[in-house]
Structures are given as structure tokens and as C-alpha cells.
Design a protein around this ligand. Structure first.
Ligand SMILES: *Cc1c(COP(=O)(O)O)cnc(C)c1O
Length: 406
């Protein structure tokens, strides 16, 4: 069956790929649970989860079954037709959340693009073209399309590509007074990550999100929660808004939603959804049967007391050990985050050196993440075995020991 393929190696990357990434020096070829193997057969423990995507680890049997079963049946029909997996997944998301309607797409950026376009459309329809301003937060991350980098609060991602989308301002995160000072009748949406992920794993204060909700109501603005990173069980609730008890008008999801298969979703109410009438927005692959079949299997497993409850216990296990490592080696000033989205803030002496920690971990056969230059991030599978947590943290401690003892 399988056709003989020419061998490839890491060096090929620099020959054939656009150099916008700088991947690690090895090529992963196989994964199972929270273990990954490279071309040379080296076994790594995975605390990165493909950047908060592999929510059930690698090659989870239920996801493999869902994907292969669907692959035998129907891959793609486009949105000229609907399909069973998409309808089932939408029903599950609607039943489990504040939302009445789902729009499917293929990534987080696309989910946010839909969210921002919907917010502008609603304001345009209800109040006219003047009400088009979007308020987002400094250091936020919403994706890499032009609209989403413009809303994102990191100039390094938005500068140098010509004119940005206009009508967007950025206020400091977790600063309700700043939001209060900026919001006006021209504001159509306030966009917030309940935990800033890429920006450094910084959780919102409850009072901040509650205050943002009240301000949005007062100014007829929509509250958009970007839950691309925090959603699908990552924080120990299906979505982080449930943890905070603050309900958005629009929510974007992606990453963990497909457990490694590309899919994104925008969730909203029936009243708002109406504004995206036939023909106003779309994407060829959105609601693709393969992606939705996997998404169905993901939510069936994630949205259970066993898995969500397990996140809290595993989070505590991680945190306790990370705090100990931080103290012993003086490398972290703080361990923060929610559930299994954890960030270790580097202490003054180690500021800017998250990449060094990443490299040291890789040498000890451990995959971790950064969240900017000052924060080491962990986003493992939600069902990672305790034994893998302990073994991975042993490796992490060895890496930190070698790094700090030079
Ligand atoms: C990753 C991420 C995105 C972008 O998702 P893509 O699938 O890379 O387009 C958007 N928002 C947040 C909060 C993210 O973490």
C-alpha cells in the first residue's frame, strides 16, 4: 500500500520552507499519549501539546477511530451541503454553552475573524457605520491574519505589513479603569482572552471580566472572549468563561477543539447570529466532516466530570513541583495560570531566557513551550498520566539544574 518516500531531514527545512518558523533540530515522527518519538527513535515527553492543541495526547484511540471511520465515509462536500458530523458537533457545543448557534472554520484566526466581522456587522446593522471601534488588550494574541494581528496587542506581529485595520485600540489587561476610559458609544466590541496565552499565561481577574461585561452592556458593545487557547477543558471547565461566571456574546474556539485536527468555531446567540445572513461570510472547508467527526469525539471525552475534574488535580500536581523547582533554583518569580495552561515567570536574573529553558528541556528529552521571552509555558494533554507528569518534571528539573549551574 504505502509508497516508498524519499528520506527527509531537518536540514531540508532551510532549503524548501519559508523561513517564518525556526523549528527544533529534530523531526517528530510518531506520538502516543504524552510521548513522542523522533526520526532517530529518541523518546520525548510532551508538555507542549502542540501549543495547547493535543488535548487528549497523541493518537488517542477514540480520535483515531472517529477520524478513520469518517475517512471511509465522506471527506468533504463544502457548505453547499451540510453534513452529519457538523450538525452533531454544533448541537453539542450549543447544548453545552451559552450559545445558540455555531459557525465552523479551520483555525483560531478564522474563528476570531468571524467574531470580529460579526461584531462589526451587528453594530452596523443596529446603530450605523459610526459604531465600529474594537477595544482589545495590550499583549493579547488573536491570530495572524491582518484583522487578527491588528486586534492583537503585539506590534511585533502587526507592524511592517502596511496599513492595519483601523478603529482598534489597546488597553492594559486586567485594568478596568483603562477600559472604562476607552469605551464609548462608538465601541462595537471588547475582545478579551480570559487567560492571555501567548502574552505570558496571565489569567484575568474575575472583577475585570465582570466589569467588562457591565461596560459592554452599558455601551451596547459586544463582549468577545477569545477562548482559542483556554477552551475545551484547558482550565478545568469546558470553557474558561464558566470558571469566571461571566458570559460573552461571542466566543471563539479552535486549538483543542480538534485535538490536533484543524478546526475552529465561533459561538454566539441566535439574536446576533441572524446578522450573518446567507452569503455574508463563509469558508470552503468550514464544518468539514473529518474535522467535525474528530471534534465530536473530543467533546464527548472532554466534557465529562472525570476529565474536567482530572485537570484540577493534574494542575495542582504540576504547580506544586514547579513552585518547588522555582524556589530551589531561583529561576521563577511566579507560577501562574489556570488548569493545565501554566506559566512560570522567569525571575529577574533569567528574564528574556525562556528560549534557553526550552533548549535545555529539549536536551533532556522534554517538549515545553514559551509564552514570550519571559515565561515558560506548559500546555500538556488533559489526560496525561500522573507518571508522565512526574517523569517529565524530573527531566525538567534536570534541565533547570544544568542550566542554572551552568
Ligand atoms: C493560537 C491562538 C489564536 C490563533 O489560532 P490559529 O489556529 O493559530 O489561527 C488565536 N487566539 C488565541 C488566544 C490563541 O492562543
Amino acid at each position: 500500500m504505502s509508497v516508498e518516500q524519499a528520506p527527509v531531514q531537518r536540514a531540508d527545512f532551510d532549503q524548501v520552507m519559508v523561513p517564518n518558523y525556526a523549528p527544533a533540530g529534530f523531526i517528530p515522527v510518531r506520538g502516543a499519549g504524552s510521548r513522542v518519538w523522533d526520526q532517530a527513535g529518541r523518546e520525548l515527553i510532551d508538555f507542549a501539546g502542540g501549543i495547547a492543541v493535543n488535548v487528549l495526547g497523541h493518537a488517542h484511540p477514540a480520535l483515531v477511530a472517529a477520524l478513520t471511520e469518517q475517512a471511509q465515509k465522506l471527506w468533504h462536500v463544502s457548505n453547499v451541503f451540510t453534513n452529519e458530523p457538523a450538525l452533531r458537533l454544533a448541537r453539542k457545543l450549543v447544548d453545552a454553552t451559552f450559545a445558540d448557534r455555531a459557525f465552523f472554520c479551520n483555525s483560531g484566526a478564522e474563528a476570531n475573524e468571524a467574531a470580529f466581522k460579526l461584531a462589526r456587522r451587528v453594530a452596523h446593522d443596529r446603530f450605523g457605520p459610526e459604531k465600529n471601534e474594537i477595544i482589545a488588550t495590550v499583549n493579547s494574541f488573536h491570530g495572524r491574519t491582518l484583522f487578527t494581528v491588528s486586534v492583537g496587542g503585539q506590534p511585533k506581529y502587526s507592524d511592517g505589513f502596511g496599513p492595519k485595520i483601523t478603529g482598534i485600540s489597546h488597553v492594559p489587561y486586567n485594568d478596568l479603569e483603562a477600559l472604562k476610559a476607552q469605551i464609548s458609544d462608538k465601541t462595537c466590541a471588547v475582545v478579551i482572552e480570559p487567560v492571555q496565552g501567548e502574552g505570558g499565561v496571565l489569567p484575568a481577574d474575575k472583577a475585570y471580566l465582570q466589569g467588562a461585561r457591565e461596560l459592554c452592556d452599558k455601551y451596547n458593545a459586544l463582549l468577545v472572549f477569545d477562548e482559542v487557547q483556554t477552551g475545551m477543558g484547558r482550565t478545568g471547565e469546558l470553557f474558561a468563561y464558566m470558571h469566571y461566571g461571566v458570559t460573552p456574546d461571542i466566543l471563539s474556539s479552535a486549538k483543542s477543539l480538534g485535538g490536533g485536527f484543524p478546526i475552529g468555531a465561533m459561538l454566539t446567540t441566535e439574536e446576533l447570529a441572524k446578522h450573518l445572513a446567507v452569503g455574508t461570510h463563509g469558508t470552503t472547508y468550514g464544518g468539514n466532516p473529518l474535522a467535525c467527526a474528530v471534534g465530536n469525539a473530543v467533546i464527548d471525552i472532554i466534557n465529562t466530570p472525570e476529565v474536567l475534574g482530572g485537570v484540577k488535580a493534574k494542575s495542582d500536581r504540576f504547580k506544586a513541583r514547579l513552585e518547588k523547582i522555582g524556589q530551589q533554583y531561583g529561576i521563577f518569580s511566579e507560577v501562574r495560570g489556570l488548569g493545565l495552561l501554566l506559566g512560570c515567570v522567569l525571575s529577574e536574573a533569567w528574564k528574556g531566557k525562556a528560549k534557553d529553558v526550552f533548549n535545555a528541556a529539549e536536551k533532556e528529552d522534554l517538549m515545553i513551550l514559551q509564552a514570550g521571552p519571559d515565561v515558560v509555558r506548559f500546555a500538556p494533554s488533559l489526560v496525561i498520566e500522573d507518571a508522565d507528569i512526574d517523569a517529565g518534571l524530573d527531566r525538567f528539573e534536570r534541565a533547570v539544574a544544568k542550566l542554572t549551574q551552568g
